[in-house]
Design a protein around this ligand. Structure first.
Ligand code: NZQ
Ligand code: ZN
Length: 392
């Protein structure tokens, strides 16, 4: 098992009506003024925002609000948030929404705590030295931002999508009420389930085979998501299934399923370019690319893919040798993606990728030819281009 540093400072308040504790959680932060940050319309329409405003008013907590965060959250909204927070002397950020809203709040927090242009942090020109505290009321189980150290922002001038990961941006608290996810469209529920699976798969597909407990935790998490994602296709208001998925979403990306081994993350890097260029939902983009990545790399450690086939996808170990099992497992995951309404190719996202676009995506993904990606198998710019081509 590799050495590791596991840090999860986020307080999780989980269950029905959990959002009623928001004012108490914020009060404990001893802040002066809060920015309530939210997305398009879902939190307004569900009445969640009104309930939160009401509880802040009752508790005498001063706040301003800023909505309009879109999926694949934009840098321009982050700048707007920083300007508002400076003007209003905000010192705590409350994100009410999904990964996009939480990531936008984290970026505003970085912008407030660092003198430089916040994009310099995401483009890695500068390192941050802090972030304003962030709390989250989660409305979609997916990105895991509520417990992760990451945020991902799209520059709406250059259409580059870049992530920034530091412990400064770990949420102080995450309020997780599975009932808040009842209103999700089926497509978003499915995108979320793919992202949750992928956060574990990115850590599971590794050349390190000696972290048994982490493997077993990961396999249980993935089986739980596979089962409950299927339940939600027919029963979107099944509380137990929503609860299992929501908790899996946080655990899949708080570091637990990566302890003691090196991860891969190539599919995420490939997908970020896709959603940066075409504005597709992150989970759908991952589903579209994963099978092509998997077939391209599985021979690096076919035994690991075979284990995945048997222990996660339920394929009999008698079905063949490691290579055959590996391929069976990949196909089974793709069948699952289709079952829940997800694509397994870029064309199923409604995009006909040209040769030139394959080249451009790989060029961006390799940071203009200056980096490789992937830990399971290291991928060069040419490999990336080839995977985009295969995923068409
Ligand atoms: O804007 P509203 O109206 O709220 O609609 C949202 C949005 O259209 C809707 N939605 C959210 N909760 C809802 C709801 N609709 C009805 N009822 C509800 N309860 O769902 C849509 C998607 O929301 P979004 O926040 O974009 O989804 P998600 O949580 O999947 O976040 C995606 C973003 O997170 C990034 C992705 O790249 C993408 O930009 N990621 C962030 C990570 C992190 N910070 O650790 C890791 C991930 O790998 C990922 O890259
Ligand atoms: Zn993801």
């Amino acid at each position: 098992m590799k050495n590791f540093n596991y840090y999860t400072p986020t307080r999780v308040v989980f269950g029905k009506d959990a959002e009623s504790q928001v004012a108490k959680l914020i009060r404990a932060e001893k802040c002066r003024k809060v920015l309530v940050h939210f997305g398009g319309k879902s939190a307004k329409e569900s009445g969640l925002l009104d309930r939160i405003y009401h509880s802040l008013n009752e508790a005498g907590i001063d706040y301003v609000s800023l909505g309009g965060v879109v999926p694949n959250p934009r840098l321009s909204k982050v700048y707007e948030g920083i300007a508002l927070c400076k003007k209003e002397k905000v010192d705590f950020l409350l994100a009410v929404g999904g990964g996009s809203v939480i990531d936008s709040a984290k970026a505003i927090g970085y912008g407030m705590a660092n003198e430089c242009d916040v994009w310099d942090l995401y483009s890695k020109k500068m390192r941050p030295s802090g972030c304003l505290p962030v709390g989250a009321v989660l409305t979609i189980a997916a990105a895991g931002s509520e417990m992760s150290d990451s945020s991902v922002i799209t520059n709406d001038t250059t259409w580059q999508k870049r992530g920034l990961s530091t412990d400064y941006a770990r949420c102080r608290f995450a309020v997780l009420n599975p009932e808040l996810t009842y209103t999700l469209p089926a497509y978003q529920t499915a995108c979320g389930c793919v992202d949750i699976l992928m956060h574990t798969m990115e850590r599971y597909f590794t050349t390190d085979n000696d972290a048994e407990l982490t493997d077993e935790i990961s396999e249980a998490l993935m089986r739980t998501v596979l089962h409950n994602a299927r339940v939600l296709v027919d029963s979107p208001r099944d509380y137990t299934a929503r609860a299992e998925i929501m908790w899996a979403g946080s655990l899949a990306h708080n570091g637990l399923t990566g302890c003691g081994r090196a991860g891969d993350w190539a599919s995420h890097q490939l997908e970020h370019e896709l959603s940066g260029m075409f504005d597709v939902a992150h989970g759908a983009g991952l589903a579209a690319i994963w099978g092509s990545w998997a077939r391209y790399v599985y021979r690096t450690n076919a035994e690991r893919f075979a284990r995945f086939a048997v222990k996660v996808m339920g394929i009999s170990e008698k079905a063949g040798n490691a290579e055959q099992l590996a391929l069976e497992g990949i196909s089974a995951m793709e069948r699952f993606y289709h079952e829940i309404g997800m694509p397994t190719s870029i064309s199923e996202l409604g995009i006909s990728l040209t040769e030139e676009q394959c080249r451009l995506l790989a060029y961006h993904c390799s940071f203009e030819g200056t980096r490789t990606i992937g830990g399971f198998r290291v991928l060069t710019q040419e490999d990336m281009e080839q995977i985009y081509r295969l995923a068409r």
